[in-house]
Structures are given as structure tokens and as C-alpha cells.
Design a protein around this ligand. Structure first.
Ligand SMILES: [Zn+2]
Length: 462
């Protein structure tokens, strides 16, 4: 789905909270950029390009051994080319995003928008309602070609099957969501800045954390359905729900069937995935319909097992807490950065102070920088959680599914082929933007993880 720049840049809260709190099974390279759905890539189901892989049915007794992530020559070349293009675009898009914000300030565009807003009304809130959409839409219009290129790339590599009309409609909805969420956030922030020029960063933290919490709770119920259709997993796949219940009972953490959803991803993508999201009433496990279509029952159960790991290990809660801590640090750095920047360039950029609406563009620019440099930390934490979820998934299916290590390894193989996972990501790229360990590592780990035969105790599922 198209993610617009201001959604990307401005809603740091969403990034941190949802980036950390929606934990999925798979991640394509674009992970680092795609905050809400660590996802983009796919190939079509019975794609003619698909190498001889997913044996249908769940005959786990057959002798295939998936010890390494291997691709056909043709698939390998595609995976490498797609990944490289993706990494490049990631860095280019950050650079351009920053450049656009700088130009908006340097060329006096932000100041111009402020003048327009101030001429409309004396009332601060009216000014905000005028100013915020002007700025956001401008940024996103500038950013649009990058988003378009990103989507064309995923179409070219048969990762997405979403037509342009549908894609633009998602983009427009994304803009709408940004406005609805962004305007009140900016109004509250600037009210606090006027009231308390030196402490606003601290006072703003309280509503920011509440906002983050509210977002995590409502996103699965309100925002996600704007972009994809969901239905109870029980509706079409009661047998899968029954198998999952066996898993969860074994894990000692029964998850009620009404917390399991099917996402109709096949309308837009060929990728397979699943994720855990929400808090409180909206807490849920979501499985893409493509996952069920393209994997065997046992493989799908391993993928669900991985998600149960996120659920049971409380990764959404931990993501929320991490996001809250990150927000405090970010707000303080924004406060310092804003004063520093204005001290130098306020005159050049025609800004009269922090409480000037136009300084929002400075905050966005600083956020862009912060976000960029926090990426390795966020990715690192995420990779640890993903590994833990892999371990959990392997343990929870052990003994219930015959030949479970092979099943899990083969699930990764299927995932890699469909998503064109990079067989050999550069170490720096992994460090900087991989939300999941490289696919090849996950596969090898899945195939070799065996505490049982060594008389060791499994880590999570005893
Ligand atoms: Zn995961």
C-alpha cells in the first residue's frame, strides 16, 4: 500500500508504535520504510516463474531436505536485482524527503503557507486546520514520484498485483488518515509550545503516549480495514482454527478463535504473511489468505506458531513501551534541535519562532533525520523479537507436526521464493534496515534447532 511521506515522517508515533507493535512473519527489504505493513513484495500464486517448490499437501514424511535457502538461477537474479533496487530506493527516498523539506523552508514555502493560514483567521485552531493540510499535501505531492516508482518496482518484479487505480485510491485514503490524525496532534503540540516554551517536549509526551496507545488499539479496527478486507478466520477455515487451538492449548495460552482473522491480501499481492497486532479489545492474530493458499497446512501452522510467539511473548506491549521511551527521547531532541536550527536560520527562512506554524517543517526535517538514525536500533530490536518468535514457533509445533524442523525450513523456502528474499544481504543493510533476520539464516536455524535431541530444555514451550 502506498505510504505517503508525511505519514512516514510526521507520525513518528505510528512508526515506533506500529513498527514495533505489529509483528509479522515475513519482511521484505522495504521493511524499514514501510512502517505499518512491513511488506511489499510478492509473486503470483502458481506463477510460471516459481521454481519447483511448494509440494502440495502436507506429506512431511517425504525425503526432501531443506537445509539451505536455494533459488533457481532466474529467481536468484531477480531476487538480487529487486533487493538492490529496494535498498537503493530506501536511502534515496530518505535523502530526497530531507531535501524537499529543506527546500520548502529555504524557498519560503513554509512561511508562505503560514501567512495564508494567518490571513484566514485569528483563531489558532483554524490556522492549524489550514496550515497542516497545505504543508502535508505539498510534501506528499513531492514525494509521490518516489512512491510511484516503488510501486512500479513491485509490479515489475511481480511482487504486487495491485492496479494503479486501486493503488492511488489507497494513497488518497492514506492522505486522509494523515490529516485526520495529524491535525489534532499538531494543534495540541503547538498549544503546548506556546504555553510552555521550555517544557513543551515533556508535557507533550503524555498526550503523545496516550495517542500512541489509542492508535495501537484502534488501528486494527478502524485504519487497517480502510486498506484491506478482514473476516473471522473461523468463517472459511474452521479446520485451521481447530488446529491452531491445539497449538495454543499445548502452549498453555489459549487464544480465543474470535481473536483470529483472515486478511484478503490476494486482491493486492501474492506475498504470504501473517501478523499480530492490537492491544486490549483489538488484540489479534491476522493471517493473509495467500498464506493459506500457498503453503501446506503444516507450513501454515508453523507460520501461525511464529505469530503465537509474538502474542504470547507480549511483543506488542513491549513495542508500545519501547515506543513510549523513544518518544520521550525524540521530543527532547526535537526541542533542542528546533531551538538550535531556528537560532541559525530563522531569519533566512522567515520564521519568527518555535510557535510559528512554519516551524513544523523544521520539526519534520529533524524527525526525518532522527528516524533515519534510529533505524538500526528499531531494526535490531525487531530482529531479536523475530528470532524469539521463530524459536517459539519451532517449539510449539514440535511433536504435534511430524518432521517439524523440515516443515519450518520449507515454509521459509516458500516464503523466500515468493517474496524474492535476498539470498545474501550485505551485513550493513541487515544491520540498518532488516526487521527480520535474513531469510537464509532463519531457514538454517529452523532446520538445525533441536534442543530435544540434546536433552536440553526448550526455551518457551516446555
Ligand atoms: Zn514475526
Amino acid at each position: 500500500m502506498g505510504r505517503s511521506a508525511s505519514l512516514h515522517v510526521f507520525l513518528f508515533v505510528i512508526f515506533v508504535s506500529l513498527g514495533c507493535s505489529q509483528v509479522s512473519f515475513a519482511a521484505a527489504p522495504q521493511v524499514a520504510r514501510a512502517e505499518l505493513k512491513p511488506y511489499p513484495a510478492q509473486t503470483s500464486p502458481q506463477d510460471k516463474n516459481s521454481p519447483p517448490s511448494p509440494a502440495s499437501g502436507s506429506q512431511t514424511s517425504e525425503q526432501s531436505r531443506t537445509e539451505q535457502y536455494t533459488l533457481s538461477q532466474e529467481r536468484y537474479e531477480k531476487a538480487v536485482a529487486y533487493s538492490r533496487a529496494d535498498y537503493t530506493l530506501y536511502f534515496v527516498s530518505y535523502f530526497l524527503g530531507g531535501l524537499f523539506l529543506f527546500l520548502i523552508l529555504r524557498l519560503g514555502v513554509a512561511a508562505k503557507f503560514r501567512d495564508i493560514a494567518e490571513n484566514v483567521s485569528e483563531k489558532r485552531w483554524v490556522q492549524g486546520v489550514v496550515f497542516v493540510p497545505l504543508l502535508f499535501l505539498t510534501i506528499d505531492a513531492l514525494d509521490l514520484p518516489i512512491s510511484v516508482y516503488w510501486h512500479s518496482l513491485s509490479l515489475r518484479y511481480e511482487q504486487s498485483i495491485q492496479g494503479w487505480g486501486s493503488w492511488f485510491w489507497d494513497w488518497a485514503k492514506g492522505e486522509f488518515v494523515v490529516m485526520v490524525l495529524g491535525i489534532p496532534v499538531v494543534l495540541v503540540l503547538y498549544a503546548l509550545m506556546r504555553r510552555s516554551p521550555r517544557r513543551w517536549w515533556l508535557y507533550a509526551w503524555v498526550p503523545a503516549v496516550l495517542f500512541e496507545l489509542a492508535l495501537i488499539v484502534i488501528t486494527p479496527m478502524v485504519i487497517d480495514p480502510l486498506f484491506n478486507k478482514f473476516e473471522p478466520l473461523n468463517k472459511e477455515h474452521p479446520e485451521l482454527v481447530a488446529s491452531i487451538e491445539k497449538l495454543t492449548n499445548r502452549a498453555g495460552v489459549p487464544i480465543p478463535p474470535e481473536r483470529m482473522y483472515l486478511m484478503l491480501a490476494s486482491q493486492k499481492t501474492n506475498a504470504i504473511n501473517a501478523y499480530v497486532t492490537g492491544l486490549g479489545a483489538s488484540k489479534r492474530v491476522v493471517i493473509w489468505d495467500t498464506t493459506i493458499q500457498k503453503t501446506t497446512n503444516d507450513e501454515a501452522l508453523f507460520i501461525v506458531g511464529h505469530e503465537l510467539g509474538h502474542y504470547v511473548l507480549g511483543h506488542v506491549w513491549k513495542g508500545f513501551l519501547l515506543g513510549a521511551a523513544g518518544l520521550l527521547v525524540a521530543l527532547y531532541l526535537l526541542f533542542r534541535g528546533l531551538h538550535w536550527t531556528l537560532g541559525r536560520w530563522a531569519k533566512d527562512w522567515n520564521l519568527y519562532g518555535p510557535e510559528d506554524w512554519a516551524s513544523l517543517a523544521v520539526l519534520l526535517l529533524l524527525l526525518q533525520v532522527l528516524l533515519f538514525f534510529s533505524s538500526p536500533v528499531i531494526s535490531g530490536v525487531s530482529r531479536m523479537e523475530e528470532h524469539a518468535a521463530d524459536v517459539y514457533g519451532l517449539e510449539v509445533i514440535h511433536g504435534l507436526i511430524p518432521n517439524s524442523a523440515e516443515v519450518a525450513a520449507h515454509a521459509f523456502q516458500v516464503l523466500g521464493e515468493l517474496d524474492l528474499a535476498d539470498p545474501n544481504p550485505p551485513a550493513f543493510i541487515t544491520f540498518w534496515l532488516y526487521s527480520h533476520p535474513p531469510l537464509g539464516d532463519r531457514l538454517v536455524f529452523a532446520h538445525s534447532y533441536d534442543p530435544w535431541s540434546k536433552g536440553e530444555s526448550p526455551k518457551y514451550v516446555k
